[in-house]
Design a protein around this ligand. Structure first.
Ligand code: UFG
Length: 337
C-alpha cells in the first residue's frame, strides 16, 4: 500500500516524499511540473534509494487520476498540488479556482471511488488574514484576501463537507512560512522567474545575484517595524505530514485543521540578521513602502499540533538559514531549467 503525494515534485511535496519514505511508507508521486522540475523527482529518488513510483499527470485530467488509483494500491493521499502565488491569483482568478478546486475534487472523487479514506491536505495560515489575537489558534475567524487564499479556504470547506457524509478522514495542515532545505542540499525551493518570498530573495542577495533586498515597510506595529512571520523549516513541516498520517491511521474521524508553525515569529530584519550569520555575507537592504496585501504579523498557536499530532518544530531560524544557504549556494539556479 502506498501514499499518493500530489505535487510531490514541489518544494514541500518533495521533502514530504522523503520523510514518508524514511518513516517506512511506499510513495507514489504525481506531478505535472507546472511549477516544478523532473530533477526534484530524481533527487527524491536518490535520497530514497530508488524506491519511488512517479506518474506525470495533471490532476484536472480525470481519466489520468483514475488511472493512478487503478494502477497503484493507494491507501492514503497527501495533497499538495496547487498554484500558490498570491499576486498571480489576483490577476488570474479563474485559473486559480479551476486548478486548485478542480485538482482537489478530482482527487477526492477518485479516492471515494476506490475506497481510499485518509487525506492530508496542504492549507495555509493565509486563511487567518491578520489575526486579531496572537498566537493565532485554529478556532480564530477565517477569511481570505486573495483568490489564492479563497481556494485554500474553499478546499478546507469541501473536505469538511465530504468528511461529514462519506467515509473520509482528513487533516488539513495550515502552514505558516516554510523555508530551509534538505540537509543534503539536493532538495530545496526552486522559485521560477523572480522569487516573491523573503528567504529566496535574501539568499540571492547573499549569493551576489541581487544587489540588495527591498524591505517592505518598517512602520508596522512590531518591535522593529518590519513584518513578522512564523518561519518553519521545511524538514520539520514534512514531518508534520508523517505525524498527520499516523493520527489518521490510528482511526481519527472527520476533518481537522491544524497549524504548522514554530509558535514564534521573526521580523524581516531578524531574518536578514540570521542570514548574515549563516552565510557570512553582507545582506544590503533598503526600506521601501509596504507591499499591498501584506499583514503586519502572525505566528502560530502550536498546542493542537503538539496534542493532536504529537508534532512540534525542532529546528530554529539559524538552522533554516544554514540549510537554505547550503542549498542555494550549491544550486544557485535551483534544479536548472
Ligand atoms: N518581504 C520583504 N521583502 C521582500 C519579500 C518579502 O520585506 O522582498 C517581507 C514581507 O513584507 C513579509 C515577510 O517578508 O513581511 C514574508 O514575506 P513572504 O512573501 O516570504 O511571505 P508571506 O508571509 O507574505 O506569504 C506567505 C506565503 C503565501 C501565503 C501568505 C499568507 O508565501 O503563500 O504567507 O500568509 F499566502
Amino acid at each position: 500500500m502506498a501514499v499518493l503525494v500530489t505535487g510531490g515534485a514541489g518544494y514541500i511535496g518533495s521533502h514530504t516524499a522523503v520523510a514518508l519514505h524514511d518513516a517506512g511508507h511506499e510513495v507514489v508521486i504525481v506531478d505535472n511540473f507546472a511549477n516544478s522540475s523532473p530533477r526534484a523527482v530524481d533527487a527524491v529518488r536518490a535520497l530514497t534509494g530508488g524506491a519511488l513510483s512517479f506518474v506525470e499527470a495533471d490532476l484536472l485530467d480525470e481519466a489520468a487520476v483514475r488511472g493512478i488509483f487503478e494502477q497503484h494500491e493507494i491507501s492514503e493521499v497527501v495533497h499538495f498540488a496547487a498554484h500558490k502565488a498570491v499576486a498571480e491569483s489576483v490577476q488570474e482568478p479563474s485559473r486559480y479556482y479551476r486548478n486548485n478546486l478542480g485538482s482537489l475534487l478530482g482527487v477526492l472523487e477518485a479516492m471515494l471511488e476506490h475506497g481510499v479514506d485518509k487525506l492530508v491536505h496542504s492549507s495555509s495560515c493565509t486563511v487567518y488574514g491578520q489575526p486579531a489575537v496572537l498566537p493565532v489558534a485554529e478556532s480564530a475567524p477565517v477569511g481570505a484576501a486573495s483568490p489564492y487564499g479563497w481556494t485554500k479556504l474553499m478546499c478546507e470547506q469541501i473536505i469538511t463537507d465530504v468528511c461529514a457524509v462519506r467515509p473520509l478522514a482528513a487533516v488539513m495542515l495550515r502552514y505558516f512560512n516554510p523555508v530551509g532545505a534538505h540537509p543534503s542540499a539536493t532538495l530545496g525551493e526552486d522559485p521560477n522567474d523572480i522569487p516573491n518570498n523573503l528567504v529566496p530573495l535574501v539568499m540571492q542577495v547573499a549569493g551576489g545575484r541581487r544587489e540588495r533586498l527591498a524591505v517592505f515597510g518598517d512602520d508596522y506595529d512590531t518591535a522593529d517595524g518590519s513584518g513578522v512571520r512564523d518561519y518553519v523549516h521545511v524538514v520539520d513541516l514534512a514531518e508534520a505530514h508523517v505525524a498527520a498520517l499516523e493520527v489518521l491511521a490510528a482511526g481519527h474521524d472527520g476533518a481537522a485543521a491544524v497549524n504548522v508553525g514554530t509558535g514564534s515569529g521573526s521580523s524581516v530584519l531578524e531574518v536578514i540578521e540570521a542570514a548574515r550569520r549563516a552565510t557570512g555575507r553582507p545582506i544590503p537592504y533598503e526600506i521601501v513602502g509596504r507591499r499591498p496585501g501584506d499583514i503586519a504579523k502572525t505566528w502560530a498557536a502550536t498546542d493542537l499540533a503538539r496534542e493532536f499530532l504529537g508534532w512540534q518544530a525542532k529546528l530554529d531560524i539559524d538552522d533554516m538559514m544554514r540549510d537554505h544557504w547550503r542549498w542555494h549556494s550549491q544550486n544557485p539556479d535551483g534544479y536548472g531549467r
